[in-house]
Design a protein around this ligand. Structure first.
Ligand code: MN
Ligand code: MN
Length: 467
């Protein structure tokens, strides 16, 4: 084939073919500088936001610094108001009232979750055995249990005492703090254990947290180590063993976030799912200039099915939107019908070490930008929010107009599994909703990996959507 004909075919291919773009190939030095700076802000946030309570508190702190004020049901709202509403210390709604007519423009919503998989304590957790004292645990969210052994764990949470007063616990984050630990078997004696399938390598009842081993100096007492630890806890927090009954304590990885790779392209951290979407959603509502009314929802309990009164299934979010509408003399159902939502949650990422579970044409590729999942669910799209082609096109146009690096994906091969997000619960309110977020490697592991390019393009995507 002659050179000229080849060139014509190449330009036709360039025109007609769709190819994903890689963020780092497209971005210039100045853009990458901004991207890496955003990643530093994110790392600071995620290191102090390991539980939903902490994330909620830190999000409020950032919002308050940006001029947002607390909202109470019954408050009168007006154009320009910047408010936040905290739901039971575990979820928060942050919103700005724009000058555009609500019934015509609706509310632009960014919804992310702020709970992450972890190891919760049981209500009656403490026991002593063979020189150790342990906490019994009950894991939270979908984890590979064996990954949570033999790593440094920190203890976070709240204990409510008999008199109703509460103490916050955070041990294991400071360099000088002790950490906690889950035992695993030495390989020398692991032959039988390793014959098990992955679910049974470590069982739920083996996820016991080592909390100490020093005896109380009194020959007559039975559980000397347990007594010694209770004495320490009583001195430090004023709590009794019975107070665990009304506590929420969880073990989370004690790691700090770190850059990964010689070029620092990636970030390793606990809880990218879903803080890598929650933080951009928070920053976007603070940073973006817009005439629309916008709302960032940071919700709890996604990892266990969005249940309860702090998860997305709770009526509180609908009530809040109704309240905003009524305060502005608009009909809630009219406003909801015009509202649009990005359900901001992480998605799986093609991993060349495990190519068999992905269908590469429709998998997220690392660093190819924020990733849209038109639908989620499993099997025949069961339990999916399947966004319409019309809404997909609307979002696509916004991203094209704003030079956002984005891609589309589905979780993995059709028959291999699946998952859900908060999207379908928002969509139920008659709101156009689509899933979008950062692709994650080793999702739900104690230490997950994301690309800085994907994180930053997610932030830019959120800003352009609400602007
Ligand atoms: Mn998630
Ligand atoms: Mn998850």
């Amino acid at each position: 084939m002659d050179k000229k004909k080849q060139d014509i075919e190449q330009s036709l291919a360039d025109k007609l073919f769709y190819r994903k773009k890689n963020y780092f190939e497209e971005a210039d030095d100045k853009e990458i500088e901004k991207c890496y700076a955003f990643a530093e802000d994110y790392k600071k946030f995620i290191d102090i936001s390991k539980t939903e309570r902490e994330t909620c508190q830190n999000a409020v702190e950032i919002a308050v610094k940006a001029g947002f004020k607390e909202f109470k049901f019954g408050d009168k709202l007006k154009v320009g108001d910047k408010r936040y509403y905290v739901n039971r210390n575990k979820s928060v709604a942050i919103f700005k009232i724009g000058k555009n007519n609500l019934e015509e423009h609706g509310i632009k919503i960014l919804g992310a979750h702020i709970d992450s998989p972890r190891i919760d304590l049981k209500q009656n957790p403490m026991y002593e055995d063979s020189g150790f004292c342990f906490f019994k645990t009950h894991y939270y969210g979908g984890i590979k249990k064996y990954q949570w052994t033999t790593i440094p764990l920190a203890l976070h949470g709240t204990i409510i005492k008999k008199d109703g007063s509460s103490v916050n616990v955070s041990i294991g984050e400071d360099e000088n703090d002790p950490i906690f630990y889950i035992n695993d078997l030495l390989p020398h004696l692991g032959q039988e254990q390793m014959m098990n399938n992955g679910y049974k390598i470590i069982t739920g009842e083996q996820l016991n947290l080592v909390i100490g081993g020093k005896a109380y100096n009194d020959k007559k007492v039975k559980d000397k180590i347990k007594l010694n630890i209770l004495a320490i806890l009583n001195e430090k927090y004023g709590v009794l063993e019975e107070d665990f009954l009304s506590s929420e304590l969880c073990a989370v990885p004690a790691f700090k976030s770190r850059d990964i790779g010689f070029d620092r392209a990636f970030i390793g951290a606990y809880g990218h799912d879903d803080k890598s979407c929650a933080y951009p959603a928070l920053r976007a509502i603070i940073d973006a200039k817009t005439n629309d009314t916008v709302l960032t929802l940071l919700v709890d309990k996604e990892e266990i099915g969005s249940e309860g009164n702090t998860g997305m299934k709770s009526r509180i979010y609908e009530d809040l939107m109704d309240e905003i509408c009524e305060s502005l003399k608009c009909l809630p159902r009219k406003v909801r019908a015009k509202s649009k939502c990005l359900s901001a949650d992480v998605t799986s990422c093609f991993d060349p070490n495990f190519p068999n579970v992905y269908e590469k044409m429709n998998a997220s590729l690392i660093s190819c930008g924020t990733s849209i999942n038109k639908f989620t669910g499993s099997g025949g799209k069961s339990s999916a929010n399947d966004a319409s082609a019309e809404f997909m096109s609307e979002v696509r146009k916004i991203f094209l107009d704003n030079n956002i690096i984005y891609q589309t994906s589905e979780l993995g091969k059709v028959d291999l599994g699946g998952g859900g997000t908060i999207a379908k619960y928002v969509a139920e309110l008659n709101i156009d909703t689509i899933d979008i977020g950062v692709p994650v490697i080793s999702m739900h592991a104690p230490y997950e990996l994301i690309s800085k390019g994907d994180l930053y393009s997610t932030y830019k995507a959120f800003c352009s959507f609400i602007s």
